[in-house]
Design a protein around this ligand. Structure first.
Ligand SMILES: [Cu+2]
Length: 283
């Protein structure tokens, strides 16, 4: 692709991006020519984005400073400009400075870094729990607090997906209410998977035989797309995650519908079998 074409495509991508930003309830998903994170939809992701930006500024400043020093040395102390080099080998002040300043920089980085880590790891009192199970190659969700129903979420093909984005479209979605602390129990039934949702700053390994725990609190309603983030086999790229964040009233309605629509966990074996059958039919 020619440079000009690339640039005009970049411009178009930006325009599309800001248009999507205006219709903010639109889906949170990767955009063409996106180079930064997806827009944050949780406090956790806001903190991650801020920390990332802070580090970017810090390392740019350090790089510019070091580059400046190197250019200065190259110009000022090359053999032509400085034919008689100094024989100095030690300078206590300079040595103290180049030891202490990096330590100070590391401490300045460590403080917000640990704050973020503890914010993620200290799971707050949750309002509800959803269990996400990774299967080769789709996700299953269980709602133990709302009548123990369970269902699977499979990727839709290009013919089936409608308006949903390619390779991210799913038939069913994990539905949660807005402004609610959701505890997510993550596990896997066969091999390692990882449950990830960029807009929430969420990523948790799904390990067979083990329950991992994470949480999120979505601040905006809308559709959010993520993907399995652990290489789990030939169809790893085809087990997307869709989370629908809805109002509390809409969530109550959905729960009522889901209770009659989806199987109870007792019947889950039959449900998994049917999902596998559907999957086999599709591919
Ligand atoms: Cu996977």
């Amino acid at each position: 692709m020619g440079l000009f074409k690339k640039i005009s495509k970049w411009g178009a991508g930006l325009a599309a991006f800001s248009a999507a930003g205006l219709a903010s309830a639109a889906a949170s998903q990767p955009k063409d020519w996106q180079i930064t994170f997806q827009e944050a939809a949780s406090e956790n992701m806001t903190m991650i984005t801020d920390f990332n930006n802070f580090l970017l500024i810090l390392m740019t400043a350090i790089s510019v400073f070091v580059l400046g020093l190197m250019l200065y040395v190259m110009v000022r102390f090359n053999a032509r400009a400085n034919p008689e080099p100094s024989k100095t080998t030690h300078n206590t002040l300079v040595e103290v400075i180049w030891t202490v300043v990096p330590i100070v920089i590391l401490v300045v980085i460590a403080i917000p870094s640990f704050r973020l880590l503890y914010f993620q790891r200290d799971i707050p009192e949750a309002d509800m729990t959803v269990k996400a199970t990774g299967y080769q190659w789709y996700w299953g969700y269980e709602y133990p607090d709302h009548g123990d129903f369970a269902f699977d979420s499979l990727m839709l093909s290009d013919e089936e997906r409608g308006d949903q984005p390619r390779l991210l479209a799913t038939d069913t979605a994990m539905v949660v209410p807005v402004d609610t602390t959701v505890r997510v129990i993550v596990t896997a039934a066969d091999v390692l998977h990882a449950f990830a949702m960029p807009a929430f700053g969420l990523k948790m390994d799904a390990v067979p035989g083990r329950l991992n725990e994470t949480w999120f609190k979505a601040e905006k309603t809308g559709t959010y797309y993520g993907q399995c983030s652990e290489l789990c086999g030939i169809r790893h790229a085809f087990m997307p995650i869709r989370i629908e964040v809805v109002s509390k009233a809409d969530f109550a309605l959905w729960v009522e519908e889901a209770q009659s629509e989806y199987a109870e966990i007792d019947n889950a074996d039959a449900m998994v079998a049917s999902a596998e059958f559907q999957d086999a039919q599709r591919h």
